[in-house]
Design a protein around this ligand. Structure first.
Ligand code: FAD
Ligand code: FES
Length: 283
């Protein structure tokens, strides 16, 4: 196994062939039910969006419009993973980092305000029915794309979840994974010196080599995605990776989110429509 891997993951993905159509997107003028700072530098947002809450599959996302009614900008909505959804309450939850104009504007919405939300969007993760051992590997805010998989965990599926972050405060999802019944939750951080690829490789080999996962799902780091691929080659597992991109429409119209994957006459897959979840090709 090599220890460094310079290749961009998005150049080595193929769309998942699930055989099932993704749920149809809809839109809501959703009421903001809760909005507050969460750990480190993140924001937690809970919205009333009943149709999206009822239909969203694990790994799908929404487009949030930061401009309020009557305002001219920011014009484009911003893509955000669905962190958790509750079909009974009709709510969806999002955890996001404030990094630029759009997310700065999103952070100004207060409980009681209305936000335009479109979703659920994209192709989510696909777990074959015979999956009994599952590994999730998330880094930073990328973990938000994996948590709905844990929410849907079938009884009898043993889940190991890795949550990696810059600092202990920046680790997302560890408590949520435990609440969802994960067998094992591994948190690693830069500040504690535990998040390096080699350290994590050793941890995962020592804990999972005797009963390895059949599916490995990952998001948030190319380095970790390639580690997943290398472990999957050893274990005969499949790797699904959720990719990020700047998105203008989120619906497959603008082609601004093409993966850039080359190799055939076809157009390269779109992250918003053919993904964001793709199969990571074997090394
Ligand atoms: C499917 C999907 C799900 C996502 N889920 C989440 C989530 O759950 N929580 C969350 O915090 N963020 C998530 N993102 C990223 C989020 O959409 C961006 O952070 C957001 O659009 C930034 O908007 P902005 O106007 O604040 O920043 P901008 O002004 O657009 O950008 C600020 C900085 O962030 C960089 N940036 C912006 N978007 C991306 C991106 N997609 N990938 C890499 N760098 C980027 C820019 O290059 C720039 O340096 C997701 C993206 C996708 C495609
Ligand atoms: S964001 Fe417009 S096609 Fe993907």
């Amino acid at each position: 196994m090599t220890t460094t891997e310079p290749r961009a993951v998005r150049d080595h993905v193929t769309p998942l062939a699930t055989g099932t159509a993704a749920p149809k997107p809809t839109w809501h003028h959703a009421t903001v039910l809760e909005h507050r700072p969460e750990a480190d530098r993140y924001q937690y947002l809970r919205l009333h969006a009943p149709t999206i809450a009822r239909t969203a599959a694990a790994g799908q996302f929404v487009m949030l419009t930061a401009a309020r009614a009557g305002e001219r900008g920011p014009v484009l909505p911003r893509p955000m993973a669905i962190y958790r959804r509750d079909a009974e309450e009709g709510t969806i939850e999002v955890v996001y980092g404030v990094v630029g104009d759009g997310t700065r504007k999103l952070a100004t919405f207060a409980a009681g305000d209305t936000m335009l939300v479109v979703g659920p969007l994209g192709q989510g993760f696909h777990l074959p029915a015979d999956t009994t051992r599952l590994l999730l590997v998330g880094r930073g805010i990328g973990t938000c794309s994996l948590t709905t998989v844990a929410q849907d965990l079938a009884s009898g599926t043993a889940l190991t979840a890795v949550a990696s972050g810059r600092t202990p405060d920046a680790v997302i999802g560890a408590g949520f994974y435990r609440d969802c019944g994960a067998e094992r939750v591994i948190t690693v951080t830069d500040t504690e010196g535990t998040s390096g690829v080699e350290h994590l490789r050793g941890l995962l080999l020592s804990t999972l080599d005797s009963a390895p996962p059949q599916q490995i799902l990952t998001c948030g780091s190319d380095r970790l995605a390639w580690l997943c691929r290398q472990l999957a080659d050893r274990w005969g597992a499949e790797v699904q990776v959720s990719l990020e991109a700047h998105m203008a429409c989120g619906l497959g119209y603008c082609h601004g989110c093409a993966t850039g994957t080359r190799g055939g006459p076809e157009e390269s897959p779109l992250i918003c429509k053919d993904g964001p979840v793709f199969r990571l090709e074997e090394a």
